[in-house]
Design a protein around this ligand. Structure first.
Ligand code: BG6
Length: 470
């Protein structure tokens, strides 16, 4: 069966500054640089972000490899801690400016559309230490200074801007479930941070609209959408799923697209005495500065059931899990290396949800992918990794994206995570996601079988879906 895509579809891949560049020539540390300095054992095999995939030094060659596998667009992020020297003043680092100019120009020279994101979990460490990071509205304003610099420096050539990658992961990782520095467990702060990140995004959008002179220019945000499905149709499980969806998806999505937070969520947070501190002026900023486009990161669905813990045990410290438990559905299909369920149909549910409930806003799959350990297992005699599992994973997800598009959802692209195996937060190089492999000892990069396959799909703007996968 032929699966076809609209004209000018974005075929690309995404990475981030901190995961690809390496720390070369960086004056300032981000929170992950800093965390690695003080606690290297928190990272898989004690591998930190110092070299990453060496993009700072090898960007030209890397971009030409991206060209070789047919990418027409590529997302990375500008590291705040590389571009800015003085965070209060917003003054720039000359080498940072040179580097990002060179990357953007090289993409354009190679015919690849540069898609630029501003924060990919990489808050400057000093702002966390001095002000409590995103807990502080002063940091929100410093972020707007950084964003404005980016728009002014690069906005003539970059038309596709994103304010944040996965703000919910900052909330979850740093304030609830302890997988991002500073590893706090503090529900009240988590709620405030969620609000401050929303405010920061809206203020950056306002700044963009003030300074942008590029007629093609668009700005959006990138959200990890994780549809929450109830274990059963019982009212208790359904209400657990309702809350999980409010917290994990609708909180950021409603604010970004509709300009206000979901009423049900606000009521619950108010009742629980954890509602964020906000002003009318801020609410107006959020309301009037909505996104033009949406990036959706999708990896896995979320299965939920009614909570088993009594809410009294959470009386001291509010947690979203007060309202739901995770549910390990028997028989679900898993990527065992990463521990994530594989459920491609969720992308169709997302597509229709955006079509029906979010003004059918233009959106693209900004990340999707499969992290696999020890991929040397799949090396063939020619030294190419035969990652048929990744090809199948992409085919199945694209199938549901195409179905959503055929039913009217306004999806304009698909970006895989990631072009070249890159460093990952705590997992370092344990799971590989790339279309191109990276030997982290030699930095030799080699196209995988999926890279050749992807090139073909990008060039043809279609692929043949194997019958047994439908
Ligand atoms: C996404 C992030 O959520 O997942 C990426 O935006 C990340 O930064 C990717 O690398 C894969 O997750 P992990 O933890 O396996 O790297």
């Amino acid at each position: 069966m032929n699966i076809t895509f609209p004209e000018n579809f974005w075929w690309g891949a995404a990475t981030s500054g901190p995961q690809s560049e390496g720390r070369f020539n960086k004056k300032q540390a981000n929170v992950f640089d800093y965390w690695y300095e003080i606690e290297p054992e928190a990272f898989y095999e004690q591998v930190g972000p110092d070299t990453a995939s060496n993009f700072y030094n090898s960007y030209k060659k890397d971009i030409s490899m991206m060209k070789e596998i047919g990418l027409n667009s590529f997302r990375t992020s500008i590291q705040w801690s590389r571009l800015i020297d003085d965070f209060e003043e917003g003054t720039v680092n000359e080498d940072g400016v040179r580097f990002y100019n060179a990357v953007i120009d090289e993409c354009i020279a190679q015919g690849i559309r540069p898609v630029i994101n501003l924060v990919h979990f990489d808050l400057p460490a000093v702002l966390q230490e001095q002000y409590g990071g995103w807990e502080s509205k002063h940091v929100v304003d410093l972020y707007v200074k950084f964003a404005t610099q980016c728009f002014q420096l690069f906005g003539d050539r970059v038309s596709d801007w994103f304010t944040f990658n996965e703000p919910l992961v900052i909330v979850d990782g740093a304030y609830l479930y302890q997988f991002h520095y500073p590893n706090l467990v503090d529900g009240k702060k988590a709620v405030q941070v969620a609000y401050n990140l929303t405010l920061a995004s809206a203020k950056a959008i306002a700044a963009y609209r003030r300074v942008n002179k590029n007629k093609e220019g668009k700005i959006g945000t990138i959200l990890n959408l994780t549809p929450s499905y109830p274990a059963t149709q019982s009212p208790e499980d359904q209400s657990a799923a309702h809350f999980a969806n409010l917290w994990m998806n609708d909180m950021f999505l409603d604010a970004a697209v509709k300009g206000s937070f979901p009423k049900d969520l606000v009521e619950i947070l108010k009742k629980d005495n954890v509602l964020w501190d906000s002003t009318e002026e801020e609410t107006n900023i959020i309301n009037t500065n909505r996104i033009d486009v949406l990036g959706v990161n999708f990896y896995h669905p979320h299965r939920v059931k009614q909570p088993s813990i009594s809410s009294d045990s959470l009386a001291v410290n509010w947690m979203p899990n007060k309202y739901f438990d995770n549910y390990d559905m028997p028989g679900r299909r898993m990527n065992v290396d990463k521990g994530w369920e594989i459920y491609p149909q969720a992308l169709y549910d997302i597509a229709l949800n955006i079509r029906d409930n979010y003004d059918n806003i233009p959106w693209f799959v900004s990340e999707n992918g499969m992290g696999v350990s020890k991929e040397e297992r799949y090396l063939n005699a020619d030294g190419v990794i035969e990652d048929d599992y990744r090809i199948q994973f992409i085919q199945e997800h694209l199938y549901w994206v195409a179905k959503g598009i055929s039913e009217g959802s306004n999806c304009f692209g698909y970006h895989l995570w990631t072009p070249i195996d890159c460093w990952s937060w705590k997992n370092a190089y344990r799971n590989r996601y790339g279309l191109i492999s990276n030997n982290i000892h030699t930095q030799v990069k080699t196209i995988k079988k999926s890279g050749y396959w992807f090139k073909n799909v990008a060039e043809e703007n279609k692929f043949i879906m194997p019958d047994d996968l439908i």
